[in-house]
Design a protein around this ligand. Structure first.
Ligand SMILES: Cc1cc2nc3c(=O)[nH]c(=O)nc-3n(C[C@H](O)[C@H](O)[C@H](O)COP(=O)(O)OP(=O)(O)OC[C@H]3O[C@@H](n4cnc5c(N)ncnc54)[C@H](O)[C@@H]3O)c2cc1C
Length: 338
């Protein structure tokens, strides 16, 4: 037990994405002494928001989420009441998603409500992080167990901190790297692989269309596009478009320079949407190495033999934002059991 903890169980949470922050938030409510570590400069993980000029931002990771599980549905409704999330598309504003193929618009058939964070996708994560000790820009390289505790090591093998319990909430491949000394857990993780995604963020000075706010792209190297500026609470004085490439195309262009990739993606965007090409104000690319779990586990969390390390994340629980929430929540409940 850490002498500074005054008898309270200490928990280190690796990863400040949704799953890690839900776990940390719930554990802190249950009286645990929680410290969160993330290698990035901000919180949110793949529910990311990228700032851009002029005074705009892009959701370049998760685009929207759905709620099927009653527990998540209830929490999403609370977030709606608190102004942290809102429905998008908003039918009252005649907003809709479509399917686009060779420039032709087809109706999109799914009818489940979709939600986004407001004023940005990372709003829920920022909210959950309030009051938590979050050590940003701190990459954990490896976990080792020493005398009934779990030590967090950096890339030089130096101890960053140690805890009674550790929750790992990083994508599958990164989790496997952290757990080289826990073969029982590593075995469960190895079959899961996560697909990559090239994302493009483009700004125009006027709207490109009023036909759709989001589109699933068929028979294309691109899979999805969103008019980010139509999401609730965004600064909508210019048109901001997010485009995602398919995992297959991303893999074959992983090492290509960003300018080359975004130029190809932009040309294909005009073709598949059928919109008349025009000059953008700004274009940026971003590579997501671990975007979506192709073959996620259908658990809630994984636990080491001795119970001191728990693993959560979207890929443990069916993937996506909903899976990340349910996994983080279940992990905290498990640790809170007497
Ligand atoms: C391009 C893209 C599109 C998506 N679209 C959708 C969508 O439309 N709908 C949907 O529901 N979901 C979507 N997703 C998936 C969704 O974003 C994830 O399911 C969810 O955000 C995962 O949350 P998480 O907490 O499990 O993991 P993450 O958000 O990945 O959090 C893990 C955190 O761990 C940190 N980390 C990793 N390694 C270390 C280390 N060694 N040391 C310290 N910190 C570390 C990372 O920086 C990160 O912040 C999309 C994802 C991407 C990338």
């Amino acid at each position: 037990m850490n002498p500074a903890s005054h008898g309270r169980t200490t928990v280190g949470v690796i990863g400040a994405g949704l799953s890690g922050l839900v776990a940390a938030h719930e554990l802190a409510k249950h009286g645990f002494l929680v410290t969160v570590f993330d290698k990035s400069r901000g919180v949110g993980g793949r529910m990311a928001t990228r700032r851009a000029e002029p005074e705009t931002s892009f959701d370049h990771g998760a685009q929207y989420f759905t709620a099927r599980d009653p527990l998540f549905e209830t929490r999403v409704n609370q977030w709606v009441d608190e102004g942290l999330v809102a429905k998008w598309p908003d039918a009252a504003k005649q907003q809709r998603f479509v399917v686009l193929k060779d420039g032709l618009i087809q109706r999109e058939s799914r009818s489940l409500p979709r939600f986004v964070g407001t004023p940005a996708m990372n709003s829920v994560c920022k909210f959950l992080a309030v009051g938590l000790e979050v050590k940003k820009q701190t990459r954990i390289d490896r976990l080792v167990q020493v005398a009934g505790q779990v030590e967090l090591l950096d890339e030089d093998g130096m101890t960053i901190d140690k805890f009674d319990r550790v929750v790992v909430s990083t994508p599958a491949e990164q989790t496997a790297e952290l757990l080289v000394d826990s073969p029982d857990l590593k075995e469960r993780i190895t079959p899961v692989s996560m697909s990559p995604c090239w994302a493009m963020m483009v700004t125009f000075d006027e709207p490109l269309t009023d036909q759709w706010v989001g589109a699933f792209l068929h028979e294309s190297i691109l899979s999805w596009t969103a008019r980010n500026s139509t999401k609730p609470g965004r600064n909508s004085h210019c048109e901001q478009i997010v485009v995602h490439a398919t995992p297959e195309w991303t893999e074959t262009h992983w090492e290509s320079p960003s300018e080359v990739v975004t130029e190809k993606m932009l040309q294909e965007f005009w073709r598949v949407t059928g919109i008349q090409p025009r000059r953008p104000i700004a274009v940026q690319g971003h590579r997501w190495k671990y975007a979506i779990a192709g073959d996620p586990l259908l658990d809630r969390y994984l636990e080491s033999e001795h119970g001191r390390i728990l693993v959560c994340g979207d890929w443990v629980c069916g993937s996506r934002v909903e899976g990340a929430f349910l996994s983080g929540w279940a992990t905290a409940q498990k640790l809170s059991q007497p």
